[in-house]
Design a protein around this ligand. Structure first.
Ligand SMILES: Cc1cc2nc3c(=O)[nH]c(=O)nc-3n(C[C@H](O)[C@H](O)[C@H](O)COP(=O)(O)OP(=O)(O)OC[C@H]3O[C@@H](n4cnc5c(N)ncnc54)[C@H](O)[C@@H]3O)c2cc1C
Length: 308
């Protein structure tokens, strides 16, 4: 089915933080924008749960921060590395001269729900969930002029003066546009799981990495639990799985002693989620009629996202 649109319209592919934010900003400026998201909801676990001071300032400039921060979140003021030789504070957000002198830890799904609800008030904004882009429309000169996508009603084609690929690290749009992404050498993967937070846990343990000789573990504090990321050498998932949760429990108990009383709650490998860490970028972010943003254009490792 061909779908008409005004000449000054944009299609954004992917309603992650990059696509959702850009679609909101475009619609707020009066540009007609259609945001296509292949999933039916925003539920994603262990993803980009930190909103940094600068992001909060930007949201504040847009008049969004106050309402957003009414949602449950945890303010983290320190980013620290604990090594066998001592502790290094790499960022003390509390020293920033801003009202937002902390990192707000909030599930990405809630942040996306919030932005989607704000954007829904804008007449120029359309969000289509369950809409999976599978093709680019191009004119004879090779300019991208629209997308093809599939939803529960069938195949559609939508014209657009600009297509923005914000469809994440495995970007279909990037592949369709034949723009190569260059890997920059990730050396580890992460296994994420949760452990409950107790009232008497160290209050200052906010965003912390604990290093051993061959592994490290990262902690993100939430209002009710700790998100724990156990780093594996890249490609070692099968080896770790075969070994089961015991080595992970031992590492966490050995390096984060105040969690030793609850590591037994990690009973089964099925409680963990593997996140393959990538570091990659494209050389060219655009082609006539097409732009790549977010992870589709550049993927950074989680520790860099958290520290930045
Ligand atoms: C383990 C881990 C922890 C992280 N922690 C942090 C953190 O603490 N702080 C931080 O700032 N960042 C963090 N990041 C990075 C952050 O999650 C990503 O950088 C961010 O989600 C990228 O946003 P994005 O919008 O570019 O892509 P994504 O969030 O990947 O969103 C892409 C969207 O496109 C959709 N999509 C894909 N293909 C199609 C298609 N064909 N058609 C339509 N839709 C499609 C997907 O369903 C998805 O919703 C972390 C990343 C990882 C891996």
């Amino acid at each position: 089915m061909n779908e008409s649109s005004s000449t000054e319209s944009c299609v954004v592919v992917g309603a992650g933080p990059a696509g959702m934010m850009l679609a909101y900003l475009l619609a707020r400026s009066g540009v007609e924008v259609t945001l296509l998201e292949s999933h039916r909801d925003f539920d994603r676990d262990f993803r980009g749960d930190s909103l940094h001071p600068y992001t909060l300032e930007l949201l504040d400039a847009l008049g969004l921060a106050e309402r957003l921060l009414e949602l449950p979140h945890f303010p983290a003021r320190l980013f620290r590395l604990h090594t066998p030789h001592g502790t290094l504070t790499t960022a003390d957000y509390g020293k920033l001269r801003t009202r937002f002198n902390y990192v707000a830890l909030m599930p990405q799904a809630r942040f996306l729900d919030f932005l989607a609800a704000e954007a829904a008030w804008l007449p120029a904004f359309t969000l289509r969930m369950g809409a999976k882009v599978n093709g680019l429309v191009q004119d004879e000169a090779g300019r991208v002029t629209g997308v093809r996508f599939r939803d529960e009603l069938g195949e559609h084609e939508r014209a657009s003066s600009l297509v923005i690929g914000a469809d994440g690290r495995f970007s279909k749009v990037r592949r369709l546009a034949e723009i190569p992404a260059h890997p920059l050498g990730a050396s580890s993967d992460l296994l994420w799981f949760r452990l409950p937070r107790h009232d008497d846990d160290p209050p200052e343990a906010d965003v912390d990495l604990y290093f051993g000789s061959d592994h490290y573990v990262g902690l993100l504090g939430g209002p009710t639990d700790w998100q724990v990321g156990y780093a594996l050498p890249k490609g070692d998932y099968a080896v770790a799985r075969a070994a089961g949760p015991a080595p992970i429990r031992d590492f966490v108990a050995g390096h984060v002693p105040w969690l030793a009383d609850r590591v037994h709650l990690l009973r089964d490998f099925a409680q963990t989620t593997l996140l393959s860490v990538d570091i990659a970028r494209v050389d060219t972010w655009h082609r006539p009629g097409l732009l790549l943003i977010g992870d589709a254009a550049h993927v950074i490792p989680p520790w860099a996202a958290t520290a930045s």
